[in-house]
Structures are given as C-alpha cells and as structure tokens.
Ligand binder design. Structure first.
Ligand SMILES: CC(C)(COP(=O)(O)OP(=O)(O)OC[C@H]1O[C@@H](n2cnc3c(N)ncnc32)[C@H](O)[C@@H]1OP(=O)(O)O)[C@@H](O)C(=O)NCCC(=O)NCCS
Length: 170
C-alpha cells in the first residue's frame, strides 16, 4: 500500500537520488532550479509517496516571486518537481502527489497563485494550469513558453522577472 507523508520525514539523499533517476543527473542546470534559488522547499506543501518503506515519488513546492516591471512583488508558489520512480510511472502516483500539494496549498491559503514549468498536456489536462498569463514573465534561464504554466486568480498577467521570493529584481 502506498502512503503519502510529508517530504520532511524522508532522508534527503533518497529524495535527491529519486530526482536524479526521474530527471537525469544534469537536472540542476534546469531553469526551474535557477528560479527557486537557494530557498528551502515549503514543508507544508511537499510530499513523498512511500511503499513498503521505499520512496517511489515526491513533490516539492517553493516560494518564488514575480518582480513586476510595475515595481510590485507578486508572491507565487512554484509547484514541482513532481517525480515518480521510473518503474512506477503512469499508475496515478504523480496525480495523487499533485492533488496533495494542491490541497495543502488551499489549506495554507496560497492556492490562488501557483506556477510551474511542465508539460501542458499533463498539468493542463489534470490540474487546470495554463500559459495564459505568463507571456510577459522573464526567467533566469531558457524557457519553452508553452511550458511556463500558472493557475489561480492572483497570478499576475504582468511583465516582470521571475525569481526566488527573496531575490532582488534584475
Ligand atoms: C510526469 C510524472 C510526474 C507523471 O506521474 P505519473 O505517476 O507517471 O503519471 P500519472 O499516473 O499521475 O498520470 C498518468 C497519465 O498522465 C499522462 N502523462 C504522464 N506524463 C505525461 C506527460 N509528460 N505529458 C502528457 N501526459 C502525461 C499519461 O499518459 C497518463 O494518461 P492516461 O491516464 O490517459 O493514460 C512522472 O511520469 C515522472 O516523474 N516523469 C519524469 C519526471 C517529469 O517529467 N516530471 C514532470 C515535470 S515537473
């Protein structure tokens, strides 16, 4: 049976090893890592899937912000990475992890300003994320525009630089 537990309960090295298997060891060069900077994941929004004491999936969420060209700082939650053990993919585990993260965001009062970088075919179809308000966002690395997705009424449809919640705009 699969248990979903707070990610903070899981050994950090096991989480990193799973992320390497799901995304490849060069994952640290991805733009999402540059956006979130050195912030710690949001513990209340980050979960692990565990089966027979073995880690088989994770979702992490991060505090980020759009530093708007209008001078305003718009706080957002970056959802992901979602990672499922390669041998266990397409069995609903990713969807259950995402559902838990989104439910937790609602409980924490931050579900109205979510963003992620991912496949619209997955995150749009199952979770209602889209690229409709992100066209003016600049990121600190390369981005495929159609994969820059957001969800929630407080997502800012303004131009600006996306970065960690504490970073200065540049
Ligand atoms: C993407 C990922 C998190 C999905 O989790 P999962 O447990 O494998 O998928 P689920 O069982 O929840 O969902 C399966 C459904 O989503 C679809 N799906 C899975 N990955 C998809 C993708 N990248 N694009 C489009 N559809 C996808 C499947 O076709 C399946 O659809 P069906 O039910 O009609 O057959 C997982 O496959 C994974 O870890 N992949 C490698 C890392 C990655 O790319 N992470 C996402 C970027 S943050």
């Amino acid at each position: 049976m699969i248990a979903f537990v707070p990610l903070a309960r899981i050994d950090g090295a096991a989480v990193e090893a799973l992320l390497d298997r799901a995304f490849g060891p060069d994952r640290h060069r991805r733009t999402a890592y540059m956006v979130r900077g050195r912030a710690a994941p949001l513990a209340a929004l980050s979960f692990a899937a565990v089966e027979d004491a073995v880690l088989i999936g994770t979702v992490q969420c991060w505090p980020v912000a759009l530093h708007g060209d209008d001078g305003r700082i718009h706080d957002l939650v970056m959802v992901g990475p979602v990672a499922v053990e390669p041998g266990r993919q397409r069995d609903g585990i990713g969807r259950q992890l995402m559902t838990r993260a989104l439910d937790a965001a609602r409980a924490e009062g931050c579900a109205d300003a979510l963003m992620l970088i991912g496949d619209p075919e997955y995150y749009g179809r199952f979770f209602g994320f889209d690229a409709g308000r992100t066209a003016g966002w600049r990121l600190p690395g390369p981005i495929e525009r159609h994969r820059l997705l957001a969800r929630g009424d407080a997502v800012p449809a303004v131009a600006g630089m996306l970065g960690s919640a504490t970073a200065a705009a540049h």
